[in-house]
Design a protein. Structure first.
Length: 197
């Protein structure tokens, strides 16, 4: 799998993104030095796409596939795209507070720690549905890693579309998220404009 080795805070700075959206509490003290460069329309659209890809940890080809799938669904393509990205299993684990960052959530899923409706799923891009139950498997629940994670994420606000029991490391999907419930600073209309050229 391709790995982006650019330091996270540097990438956040270049995209004008607050690291808190990635689950990182650090702040960068450096300022982005752009000598009053006016960004072109294409530049703005590209930056929004890069922001969405970076936040959710998706590469170009799968991101394009999500966009094509979103276009075929009913409703607006931009909103559908954000909802599809939000429904990824690694993102749901992050939202439930069972991982500090989406990258860590991806690793937890990869290492077969997650059960969806009682079955082990190790595909981070697995799309959850309303009514699904997600939990950490019994063997992993007692590990020190999850105690450490819960200490860090206990103050995090859980979205309304999730029902989470952090004590038992499990949760359920009450309903699929709407665009209003997704607190990601991405203007999806610019992504749609970029792809519809």
């Amino acid at each position: 799998m391709a790995v982006n080795r650019v330091p996270v805070l540097k990438r956040c700075r270049s995209l004008g993104l607050d690291p808190i959206y990635l689950g990182i509490d650090k702040k960068s003290n450096r300022e982005l030095k752009r000598a009053n460069k006016k960004m072109s329309e294409y530049g703005l659209q590209l930056r929004e796409k890069q922001k969405a890809k970076f936040i959710y940890g998706v590469l170009e080809k799968p991101f394009r596939n999500y966009y094509e799938k979103a276009e075929k669904m009913r409703g607006q393509a931009g909103e559908n795209l954000m909802i599809l990205l939000e429904r990824r299993l690694d993102n749901v684990i992050f939202r439930m507070g069972l991982a500090r960052t989406r990258k860590e959530a991806r690793q937890i899923v990869d290492h077969k720690h997650v059960l969806v409706n009682g079955a082990c799923v190790n595909i981070p891009s697995y799309l959850i549905k309303a009514g699904d139950t997600i939990e950490i498997r019994e063997k992993s629940k007692s590990s020190q890693r999850y105690k450490d994670i819960l200490e860090v994420t206990s103050g995090r606000i859980t979205p309304n579309w999730l029902d989470v029991d952090q004590e038992n490391l499990k949760g359920a999907i009450k309903e699929l998220p709407t665009r209003e419930e997704i607190d990601v600073p991405v203007n999806e209309m610019l992504i749609v404009e970029l792809y519809s050229k």
